[in-house]
Design a protein around this ligand. Sequence first.
Ligand code: HEC
Length: 180
Amino acid sequence: MNKFRLAFVATLGFAAAGLLSSSCAQQPRVAERTPTETRVVSPSAEEAGRYLILMGGCNDCHTLGWEQSGGKMPESEWLTGSPVGYRGPWGTTYATNLRLYVQAVSEDEWVRMFRERNERPPMPWVNYRTIHESDLRAIYRFIRSLGPAGKPEPDYVPPDKEPMTPYLSFVPIMPANGGQ
Ligand code: HEC
């Protein structure tokens, strides 16, 4: 099994874990529902948001150590951003601390942002443009429900400046044999 298939299988695994935990775990939220609601058929916006975040891979970049933990980090640490930069021709970007960010933007601003923004990589703005509005709202509500946590991420560094933090380089490197 090559690396990409492994990654795909891992993603499916996360998705399945998301489905399972949204139907079985987080018992306290049951109390917040009306008696006629069914957990699996009608997940709350927050549960849908949790699932969408796993499927959308948001933790991969916005949670330091997510990949290394095998997706086992507690929700209390989810989406707290990363002080490790992504350096490429666009400069050096840092995945935003979304736990703090959602405190500063309204739900409507959040939705508009995903429709309009197409900015610096590796945030996949273009791919997320197709997310349904109700799903964007669910994602926002789930992140808000986690509450504020963590520190703000470092500031963006322009291409001509050296970052003062560790960073991952996104510059392609040609192998010694010229790629033959
Ligand atoms: C491949 C890495 C990656 C993935 C996956 C990713 N992001 Fe990002 N995201 C970033 C980076 C890096 C930035 C900062 C970009 C910049 O500085 O312009 C960012 C910025 C953002 C911003 C803008 C915040 C601001 O400071 O203006 C939001 C909102 C956001 N991401 C939400 C999400 C959500 C929700 C998901 C999952 C559906 C997600 N991201 C998935 C890397 C990623």
